[in-house]
Design a protein around this ligand. Structure first.
Ligand SMILES: Nc1ncnc2c1ncn2[C@@H]1O[C@H](COP(=O)(O)OP(=O)(O)OP(=O)(O)O)[C@@H](O)[C@H]1O
Length: 257
């Protein structure tokens, strides 16, 4: 079943087509890689898909309860509510809050007590607070940060901050998870752990995952299918094996590591 379909998507910044006539079709529970040289348009594409930017042209459709719904240009919080969550290349945490509060805050949209219940401290308030605490702790267990729950986010090592971002994205209960360079700044040990974590959350939460990543060994190891962007255009898509041997992809990367 198709969960996300992108048709002829274009984003212009002045005279520059950062994303140019891109088509994607992603199936439920696929693990997709989005790669390409620096400045190829990967983050701009994520920003279009998650509502940060409005498309200049083209269509983005998300499967909502079995129907393809056009989501291009909707506000980010609306798109998140439809089941699409993301992490950012530049980590966006509440740095002076604890690890636990960072996750609890990400769950706030699902809070089910009224303002009055909160002010009067009614039983419904305590029940809901307990549910939020339990769910937040479960997510911290999943990403291996339960023992760090009281640590301020800014005091976590870089790799763990990235895992906390993933926990925050999961708190939105997404169907599709977008990860923007999840392994950036990680050491090889952390990257290996991250690879396992991505597999684990995909299975546990029945997710479709799309990731931008420069770490080719990670991409080739875990992605089932890869799209390659270059100068805003999609120049190839296919299995890791096909992409590795694709002449246009090799040419695009010539001069890159
Ligand atoms: N808000 C913006 N205004 C103007 N130009 C932009 C804007 N955002 C991105 N660009 C330009 O669009 C092109 C694509 O950038 P983008 O960040 O999407 O590439 P990328 O593939 O994610 O690169 P990297 O791998 O380096 O993160 C670049 O030339 C960039 O300078």
């Amino acid at each position: 079943m198709t969960v996300l379909k992108v048709s002829s998507l274009t984003k212009n910044f002045g005279g520059l087509a950062a994303v140019s006539n891109v088509n994607l079709e992603i199936e439920e529970r696929e693990l997709i890689g989005l790669i390409g040289p620096n400045g190829a348009g990967k983050t701009t594409l994520f920003n279009l898909l998650t509502g940060v930017y409005e498309p200049s042209e083209g269509k983005i459709e998300l499967n909502v309860d079995g129907q393809m719904k056009s989501i291009g240009g909707l506000k980010p919080y609306v798109i998140t509510g439809l089941g699409l969550a993301r992490t950012f290349q530049n980590i966006r945490l509440f740095k002076n809050m604890t690890v636990l509060d960072n996750v609890k805050l990400a769950m706030n949209k699902s809070v089910r007590y009224s303002a009055l219940a909160a002010v009067l401290r009614l039983p419904s308030y305590y029940r809901e607070e307990q549910r939020i605490l339990n769910e937040a702790m479960e997510l911290l267990e999943v990403v291996g940060l339960a023992e760090k729950k009281q640590v301020l986010a800014k005091n976590l090592p870089y790799g763990q901050q990235r895992k906390l971002e993933i926990a925050r994205a999961l708190a939105a209960k997404p169907k599709i998870l977008f990860l923007d360079e999840p392994a950036a700044g990680m050491n090889p040990q952390e990257t290996t752990e991250l690879t396992e974590l991505i597999h684990q959350i995909k299975e546990q939460f029945n997710l479709t995952v799309v990731l931008i990543e420069h770490d080719m060994s990670l991409v080739m190891k875990i992605c089932e299918r890869i799209y390659v962007l270059d100068y805003g255009k999609c120049i190839a898509q296919g299995t890791p094996e096909a992409i590795k041997n694709n002449r246009r992809v090799i040419e695009a990367y010539l001069g890159e590591d």
